[in-house]
Every structure is written in structure tokens, then in C-alpha cells.
Design a protein around this ligand. Structure first.
Ligand code: MFK
Ligand code: FAD
Length: 500
């Protein structure tokens, strides 16, 4: 008898294979754009399984390396990255992932189009989507608060479609004192006497340390303690000769996942910096950045889930147990269907959020939609991250032992999902952001209106039964607010958990 060897799962074109994604696009895309979008995503799907996947595999095989000294002992702090990593950056520029959001070729639908590209790009990008997220956020902060020729030139680099001109940005908020509570930021900004500032302080997590610029928080000397005293700054990482600009990189983090992404600890030692949007209000200004990266986080969670499921479904057709493909076993079918339903719900939620973002950025949104975007952003970030971890974990189980074996490349999917609930605000911190948006921006009404509009449109009795259940829980969770008893922090936290 010939020895048996299991056929490996194959990705194929992840757009062509994802019938649910195609159905969603058909349902929501403006009819005139549909054919062109379909063709763009089909091309991108083929690249996601082809050259992008190959570049990502190379970047994962050759993780970044910190080279502190040159052969003669000079401090250089070079971070060596793989050619695949750099190809992924070039591809992002060519695909116009950031440019689409700012040139707005589809008007208020541009963010929605961009979101679809990201869903396919992210899972084949070795998490280059992280530098892209921060670059997009930095472009948004510059669009809102930037001034002057230099900042305009930087904006042009961040939004370029030309690989040779395209720059990326970091987002340096976390210090040793805390990533959630940035009020403890110890970085100090001293005027340089020529209108600029020199920064002194240590940043504890800086992903994409190979970026050209970074947006960061610092306290101008003499400004008050706490978050109120922080301002937003832009740092150019390298000088004209390509040497780091008064920055010492201590080491790269040894992380559970995101292995191709360089994440460093570094110290700013009199690093020249430009104040963005004037002194003070640093947290509010950097919120324009992290509200973009939080939506990217959600898109990447969904992209990761769909990728894991496509592979699991393909495998279910190829793997036989008890005399038939595992796809034909009812329990396995149910598992895949349940995971698919969860990932599909997240897909709809995040695409709707991207649509709202596009409307708000183009000035097409009414007050209710603006508030809805505000409250949905932390909700979709925290919810899709949690579901992403759970779905990816169970998707690995669908491969049996192979899902736990490194050279199948499946465990990486789970490692890369695990970070999604930590960076860009942990789950509890985002629960409190939901509360902040309710209390300060009165966004709950917008969520209730959205819910009741959708509730009334439900025809199917089974769906209505589910929606009734959801409605009861939603009303209970928000009762504290309507009844003006929002005094007890425990009760607020429990309620926020229920709402999301
Ligand atoms: C592949 C996936 C892509 C993702 C890539 C990610 C790469 C990883 C990068 C990172 O992880 S970067 C670090 C991310 N760090 C965070 O997200 C910080 C988490 N902590 C919080 O979000 C805290 O809640 C916060 C720092 C905002 C608390 O700060 P404060 O100053 O104590 O809060 P406060 O006083 O309530 O708000 C200060 C101002 O910010 C207020 O405005 P005003 O100054 O006008 O009063 C708030 O209204 C405003 N603000 C806070 N959160 C906001 C916001 N505005 C809009 N949206 C929000 N979400
Ligand atoms: P802490 O803030 O100490 O939180 C610890 C725990 O306390 C969490 O569970 C949190 O939910 C909980 N907690 C805190 N406050 C509250 C509260 N008020 N109520 C209830 N619970 C609370 N940061 C950057 O700035 N730039 C980067 O590029 C970057 N890259 C990263 C890359 C990776 C791979 C990782 C893992 C992190 C990165 N970070 C980056 C840091 C990340 O944003 C922080 O780790 C995160 O914001 C949490 O901060 P912390 O680690 O200090 O945890």
C-alpha cells in the first residue's frame, strides 16, 4: 500500500474564494463602482496568494535585527529588515492603501474601498499593516492639525503612491510608566531657540522603528503634570546622512507574535521635534490618529479571521476522517458555520464603521452618524479583537495537530491575533472610552437610534427573536445611564461590558 501523505491546505485567491465577502460588496457597493471594485479586489486577491504572501513569508523567516555598533565601534543602531518587508511597503504604496483615504477617489466611500483592500492585504503582509495603520493615523493628524510647508511635504510622503517617495510613521505613546495611562509620560520638550523643540525621554514600545517619522507625546518644560500638560510632536528619525537623529535604540522586543515587525525600546536624547497643532491638547490631537489605527485593528482582526477560515474550509474538503471528508461531518460543519457567522458579523460591523469614517472625513455625515462613529470605534476595536482571538484559536483546532505545528504556518495566525486586544487600547481601557464618549459626547442616543432602525427593519421571525434578546440586554445595560444612576464605577464598567 502507498504511504499516505495529507494534502496541504491551499489559499487560492482569497477574494474569489470568499463568497460572503463578495455578496457583501454586491449588496452595499454603489452599482457604478461594483465591476471596477470587483476587478481590483480580484487582482489584489491573486497578489495576496502570490507575491505578497511570498514577501511576507520571507519577512517572517528573517525577522528584524538590531545592530548597535558598526565594525569600528561607532554606535549606529541599525535595524536590518528583510527585503520581503520592504517589498510589502512598496506594494502598499503601489496599491495606494493610504493614498486612497486622502485623495478620496470614491468620495465618502473611499474609506470603505480602502477597508476592503486592507482585509486582503493584512493577512499577507507579515503585519506590515501595523506601520500602515500608524502612517494613516499620522496623515490624518497632519491633515487636521498640520501647518506649513514642511508638514505638508511630510503629509505628501505619507500619502504617496510612489514607493520611492512613500514614508511610514510610528506612533510613540507608551512609556515605562504606562501605555493606558499616558498622563505619566516623562518625555520633556525643551525649546531649541529656533521655533522647534528637543525631546528627552524613553519610549518603551515603538513599532515600525524603521519609519521616517513618528508622532509622539511630550511635556513642554514647565507645563502641568498629568495628561493635560502633554503636547503632540512630530519627530524625523534620521538626519540628512541617514543616521538616527539623537535617538538610541536599546533593543528590539522579543515578542509572542508580529515577528517581522520591529518593535524597539529607545531613548530620545535631545531629538529635534516639531510641535503639531500648537501647545497642549496632545491626547485629544493624538486621538485623531488612534481612532484611525483602532479601525485598522478591527479590519485586521476580520482579515485574519477570514484568512484562517478560508484555510480551514479548504482543509475540511481535503482531510478525511471516518470514511469521508471532515467537511461532511455535521459537527464539523456546524463549527465552521458558527465561526463563519461570527467573522461575517464582524465584517459587516467594521465595514459599516469604515463607511461612517469616510462620511465624517468628507463632511457628509450628520450629527447622529458622527456620534455613532465615535462610540462604534472603541466597540468595534475591542469586540473584533476578542472575537478574532477566539475564532482564530478555534480555526487552528480545525486542523487538528497540524494547527499546532510551526512549519504549517498556522500557529502564527493565532500569535498575530493575540496582540489585537492589547495594543491601541486594551479591552477595559476601550470600555472606558465607550463610557467617555457617552458621557462627554452623548453618543448613546446615536447607538440606540441605529439599533432601533435596524430592529424595525427585521422581517425574519428567528432574527427578530434574537434581536429581542439583544434588545432586552442592551436596555438593561444602558438603564443606569437613562435613569441617572451612573455613580458606581463597578456598575459602569459592568454595563460597558454588557453594551459592547
Ligand atoms: C494591525 C493592526 C493595526 C494597529 C497597529 C497598532 C500598532 C501599535 C501601536 C500602539 O499600540 S500605539 C499606543 C496606543 N495607545 C493607546 O491607545 C492608549 C490607550 N489609552 C487610552 O486610550 C486612554 O484612555 C487615554 C490615553 C486616551 C487617556 O488619556 P487621558 O488624557 O487621561 O484622558 P482624558 O482626560 O479623558 O481625555 C483627554 C482628551 O482626549 C479629551 O479631550 P479634551 O482635551 O478636549 O478634553 C478627550 O475628549 C480626548 N479623547 C480621549 N479619548 C478619545 C478622545 N477624543 C476622541 N476619541 C477618543 N477615543
Ligand atoms: P498597562 O497600561 O499597564 O495595563 C495593564 C492592565 O491594566 C491591562 O489589562 C489594562 O486593561 C488594565 N488597566 C489599565 N488601566 C485600567 C483602567 N483604568 N481600568 C481597568 N483596567 C485598566 N505602544 C506605542 O505607543 N507605540 C507602538 O508602536 C507600540 N507597539 C506595540 C507593539 C506590540 C507588539 C505591543 C504588545 C505593544 C505595543 N505598544 C505600542 C504598547 C501598547 O499600546 C501598550 O502595551 C498598551 O497600550 C497597554 O499599555 P501597558 O503595556 O503599559 O499596560
Amino acid at each position: 500500500m502507498d504511504p499516505f501523505f495529507q494534502e496541504a491546505p491551499t489559499l487560492g485567491n482569497p477574494f474569489e474564494r470568499d463568497t460572503h465577502l463578495q455578496a457583501v460588496i454586491k449588496r452595499f457597493c454603489p452599482p457604478n463602482d461594483h465591476a471596477a471594485l470587483q476587478a481590483t479586489l480580484s487582482d489584489l486577491g491573486s497578489r495576496a496568494a502570490g507575491d505578497l504572501a511570498a514577501a511576507a513569508a520571507s519577512a517572517e523567516r528573517n525577522p528584524p535585527r538590531h545592530i548597535p555598533f558598526d565594525p569600528w565601534g561607532r554606535r549606529i543602531d541599525h535595524i536590518e529588515t528583510d527585503t520581503g518587508w520592504r517589498r510589502l511597503q512598496d506594494a502598499a504604496a503601489e496599491l495606494g492603501i493610504i493614498a486612497d483615504a486622502y485623495e478620496r477617489p470614491h468620495g465618502a466611500w473611499s474609506r470603505w474601498h480602502q477597508a476592503l483592500k486592507l482585509l486582503l492585504y493584512h493577512p499577507s503582509s507579515a503585519v506590515f499593516s501595523c506601520p500602515l495603520a500608524m502612517t494613516d493615523g499620522a496623515a490624518r493628524a497632519l491633515e487636521l492639525y498640520g501647518a506649513g510647508d514642511d508638514q505638508h511635504a511630510v503629509f505628501k510622503h505619507l500619502t504617496s503612491r510612489e514607493p520611492a517617495h512613500f514614508w511610514t510613521s510610528g506612533q510613540w505613546m507608551t512609556e515605562r510608566t504606562g501605555g493606558s495611562d499616558v498622563g505619566g509620560t516623562q518625555t520633556v520638550a525643551r525649546p531649541d531657540g529656533h521655533g522647534g523643540y528637543l525631546l528627552q525621554g524613553t519610549k518603551w514600545f515603538t513599532s515600525a522603528t524603521t519609519s521616517e517619522i513618528a508622532m509622539t507625546l511630550a511635556r513642554i518644560e514647565g507645563d502641568p503634570a498629568g495628561s493635560k500638560g502633554l503636547s503632540l510632536f512630530m519627530v524625523k528619525l534620521r538626519d540628512a546622512k541617514g543616521a538616527l537623529n539623537h535617538i538610541t535604540v536599546h533593543r528590539l522586543k522579543d515578542k509572542l507574535g508580529t515577528k517581522a515587525l520591529p518593535t524597539a525600546e529607545l531613548t530620545l536624547e535631545g531629538t529635534p521635534a516639531t510641535l503639531i497643532g500648537g501647545a497642549g491638547g496632545g491626547v485629544r490631537k493624538i486621538a485623531s490618529l488612534f481612532n484611525i489605527t483602532r479601525i485598522y485593528n478591527a479590519l485586521c482582526a476580520v482579515g485574519g479571521m477570514r484568512r484562517a477560515l478560508l484555510l480551514a474550509k479548504d482543509y475540511a474538503e481535503k482531510r478525511t476522517a471516518f470514511g469521508k471528508p471532515i467537511m461532511e461531518h455535521p459537527l464539523h460543519q456546524t463549527t465552521l458555520a458558527r465561526l463563519d457567522a461570527e467573522a461575517s458579523a464582524c465584517l459587516l460591523l467594521v465595514l459599516h464603521t469604515a463607511r461612517l469614517l469616510g462620511k465624517v472625513e468628507c463632511g457628509d455625515a450628520d450629527d447622529g452618524e458622527t456620534k455613532l462613529l465615535r462610540i462604534l470605534t472603541p466597540i468595534v476595536k475591542l469586540y473584533t479583537a476578542k472575537v478574532g482571538i477566539a475564532v482564530t484559536s478555534e480555526a487552528l483546532e480545525c486542523f487538528g495537530g497540524a494547527g499546532y505545528v510551526e512549519d504549517t504556518d498556522l500557529p502564527r495566525l493565532l500569535r498575530d491575533a493575540q496582540v489585537l486586544s492589547i495594543w491601541e487600547g486594551t479591552t477595559n481601557v476601550l470600555c472606558l472610552d465607550v463610557w467617555r464618549s457617552i458621557e462627554r459626547e452623548h453618543s448613546l442616543q446615536a447607538l440606540e437610534t441605529e439599533f432601533s432602525t435596524r430592529y424595525q427593519a427585521i422581517q425574519d421571525p428567528a432574527c427578530r427573536e434574537l434581536a429581542d434578546l439583544f434588545k432586552t440586554r442592551f436596555m438593561e445595560a444602558t438603564a443606569f445611564y437613562r435613569e441617572g444612576i451612573a455613580q458606581n464605577p463597578r456598575q459602569i464598567e459592568a454595563a460597558m461590558r454588557e453594551i459592547v
